[in-house]
Design a protein around this ligand. Structure first.
Ligand SMILES: [Zn+2]
Length: 251
């Protein structure tokens, strides 16, 4: 006759309870692009992050807007997640005006529970006349996760632009572009450093360029006046998509 000894029972009870132990919630990594006053990292190690790339006609700096927007997006994701009973974590790579090189940014993102990596930027180019939101992803030839990145980037650019259009109705989503034109065809050093971590190769990753900040119309509509409220509207639209995307993984 078989009898449960105490250790055996404990082991059995442990198996019973295992399935109801909650796994760690998935984490969304938000990387506020640029920061500080000098280049971090080096071109030779493919880790160089520039302190600031774009300026508005009125003198706003991209590095400040990326941080401001990222903090609002962080709060919006957590606010909506709690309303929908979705378990999710949000982590920023920086919280103040400092630059981190891409090795450091990738190290922060390199977690077993990372669900996606979104690097927030504001665009410039087109002689101050361009408008639109877009995502930049790693090019197909060096990206095993291309299809997932493309779908994720497209949806993020659309969600972002839906928020932008509330203040700038003539803006459009420009969808997804790839990094094939950067560094003589080698692609983005940010993606290069991320791809060195096995954990991160299959995680959706993109740069999200919220709008062209060098366009005076964009500055007037989005970056002046009550900017915090405007950023909150755009962040809410992005957060809505992210919660829908992550929901099934996090309930
Ligand atoms: Zn940038």
């Amino acid at each position: 006759m078989f009898r449960f000894s105490t250790p055996c029972f404990v082991l059995f009870a442990g198996f019973l309870f295992l399935p109801i132990l909650k796994a760690a919630p998935p984490v969304i990594i938000i990387d506020p692009g640029h920061g500080g006053s000098s280049v971090a990292g080096s071109l030779s190690s493919r880790s160089n992050s520039s302190p600031n790339n774009a300026n508005s006609p009125g003198g706003l700096k991209e590095k400040d807007l990326t941080l401001e927007f990222s903090k609002i997006l962080h709060d919006e994701i957590l606010r909506q997640a709690s309303g929908e009973a979705v378990q999710v974590g949000v982590l920023l790579t920086r919280h103040d005006d400092r630059n981190l090189n891409f090795i450091e940014r990738a190290a922060i993102a390199n977690r077993s529970d990372t669900a996606c990596v979104i690097s927030i930027h504001f665009n410039a180019g087109g002689g101050g006349k361009a408008k639109g939101s877009l995502s930049l992803i790693s090019a197909r030839e060096r990206n095993a996760n291309y299809a997932a990145d493309e779908a994720f980037g497209k949806a993020l650019a659309e969600a972002c632009n839906a928020g932008v259009r509330q203040y700038l109705p003539s803006s459009k989503s420009r969808g997804v572009i790839t990094d094939g034109h950067l560094h003589g065809g080698l692609g983005s050093n940010f993606f290069f450093q991320m791809a060195r971590h096995k954990n991160l190769r299959s995680v959706p990753k993109c740069f999200l360029e919220v709008e062209f900040m060098d366009n005076p119309d964009v500055e007037k509509a989005l970056l002046k006046g009550n900017r915090e409220e405007k950023f909150r509207t755009i962040a809410a639209s992005i957060a809505e998509y992210l919660i829908r995307w992550i929901g099934p993984k996090a309930k």
